[in-house]
Design a protein. Structure first.
Length: 209
């Protein structure tokens, strides 16, 4: 994932080759999916682990994004700050607050140190591809009174997405909202070897790796 977040022109090709070889590895290979339909992503994860009640999968998103809430991703401060991380991670599907419902969202701050079986990462506007490079110009700024300005806010965004992309043991489903600001990001992730989930949904069930 480090290559994915670099600005080296050769990165996309190298990542695609690495991911391609991992897909050939069978059931234990790390899976990376891509979709612009949040419901498709949720359906895939629920189907995949429907017969594995102890499996944990959950929704993640950056705290600095500004558009995801309009697409049904509850990553606002008032929403994620109320989540009890322990129960979110440990509770089963019979509990309302369980991560398995994909109804609540953890950010990069809360999910550090956690490891899920698979994650649904909603890609935000705070780190996007623009003219072939990563840009964080649209990231929401820290507004807490008395807060010290970050020395390198762009590096913080890059590190946040490194955390968010690597929380799943089996892999990650990346949801990129249908927003013009995110079009280039979607194309880039696809070039990096992320497979379009909609095309595989009929096969991507609990019986498929």
């Amino acid at each position: 994932m480090a290559q994915l977040l670099s600005d080296r022109p050769e990165s996309a090709t190298q990542v695609a080759e690495n991911i391609g070889s991992e897909y050939l590895g069978g059931r234990d290979a790390f899976r990376v999916w891509l979709t612009r339909d949040l419901d498709v992503a949720k359906t895939y994860l629920k189907n995949r682990y429907s017969e594995a009640p102890k499996a944990r999968f959950g929704l993640l998103a950056s705290s600095r994004d500004t558009v995801l809430q309009t697409f049904g991703v509850p990553n606002g401060f008032l929403q994620y700050s109320r989540i009890r991380v322990g129960p979110w991670f440990a509770d089963g599907a019979d509990e309302v607050g369980s991560c398995r419902h994909l109804a609540t969202c953890l950010t990069e701050f809360q999910c550090q140190g956690l490891e899920l079986d698979m994650t649904l990462l909603a890609w935000g506007s705070d780190l996007i591809r623009e003219r072939g490079r990563w840009s964080s110009r649209l990231a929401r700024k820290f507004v807490k009174k008395g807060a010290v300005a970050a020395k390198d806010p762009h590096a913080l965004r890059m590190n946040s997405y490194r955390v968010l992309l690597t929380r799943g043991r089996d892999g990650v489903v990346v949801y990129v909202p249908m927003h013009p600001l995110l079009d280039e990001t979607y194309v880039y992730l696809e070039a990096c070897g992320f497979r379009e989930l909609e095309l595989d949904l009929g096969l991507a069930s609990k019986t498929r790796p």
